[in-house]
Design a protein around this ligand. Sequence first.
Ligand code: GDD
Ligand code: MN
Length: 414
Amino acid sequence: MSKNKIDLLLTVPSGSLQISEAHPNSVSLNGDLIQLSLVIPTYKERDNIRNVVKILSQLLDELIPDNYELIVVDDDSPDRTWEVAQSLIEEYPQLRVMRRQHERGLSSAVIRGWQAARGHILGVIDGDLQHPPEILAQLLGAIEQGADLAVASRHVEGGGVSSWSIVRRFLSRGAQVLGLILLPAVLGRVSDPMSGYFMVRRSAIAGATLNPVGYKILLEVIGRGKVGTIAEVGYVFCERKQGESKVTWKQYVEYLHHLVRLRLSTGVLGRVNQKIGFPIGRFLRFGLVGLSGVFVDMAILYLLSDPTTLALPLTRSKIIAGEIAIFNNFLWNDAWTFADVSMKQQEWHQRLKRLLKFNIICLAGLGLNVLVLNLVFNFIIPNRYIANLIAIAVATIWNFWINFKLSWRITDVK
Ligand code: GDD
Ligand code: MN
């Protein structure tokens, strides 16, 4: 490839996923500000990209000639979609192409595209023609008439899905209901919160640091932006003609993760969270892992000490069960709760050190548990179960906090 061609690629923005107030180079060819920047995220869309660019350009050339740009953000597709897109620039000068090699994922691709964008209005559309380009005019019109956000929706007048199976419809609606329960203030504002086809006024999201996981970038925009009026335009989600969908079970897990993260960092909970600086998300993960440890402990205790199984003495069984549970919890906490920390310290001696610390802290936690149980039971609440609950809560917080501060922290200062 000639150097000339490489130069035509956009530089991939780095750092936090924040959109600036107005892009310093926000002038179009004739000196005006660009009105619209439309991002097309792609992954393995080689057979679609040419058509997408052609159709979008034709429509926008009619609508707002010289006043828009198309930004393809490709995640280094193995089918070299970025290369095909790049070859179109000569024919479509309003097209810009970004090839990301060090980051992946739909939502962050969209945001990286917006970071390089020069428009007042930032938009996104799938690169597989499942989003009908014809409604671009309506989306744009809605923003021009004052909306901060215009969303293409399958669930308003004129919207729908072409031939989805019952299962897919059910999953889609189930995900929406779950979101409505967890995040009513975000998902309740639009009829199709899963839409990946929308436009937003730059000023509504400028300054906010977006932090998405997975596919559903719209949640992030509504959850963290300053979005006033929202307009919706109905559309029918067409079938794919070329290429294939990248959605797997992983996207459902990421969606859940995204909901929980937004729940913890926005609204009242988010403000409390920020004030006291307590890592609630981490604590919840730690608690879940602890719960898994209870089941491990129970199961091993049964296997070792039950008269119908090995019938070993109770104390000996419990010590073994407890140790195995601690080991179980360590593995999960290391791989999940504190994954960001342990990823940076992967050597065996470092892992072993963490395991030892964790073990000692948890044993101390057990001592604390017994102590608090006795204190509360004898001096405050003479109910052994309530006292035990309090003791467990205190020990869990101890275990979490001390492990957080001592076991999973960056120790090897260079
Ligand atoms: N850059 C980049 N990186 N693009 C990606 C990635 C990625 O990791 N994964 C998917 N894409 C691109 C695809 O190439 C396509 O252009 C678009 O994102 C949507 O991906 P599909 O795999 O086709 O998803 P879908 O058809 O199930 O659509 C679902 O998600 C859309 C989000 O844009 C539905 O929920 C739609 O309603 C929704 O609009
Ligand atoms: Mn698709």
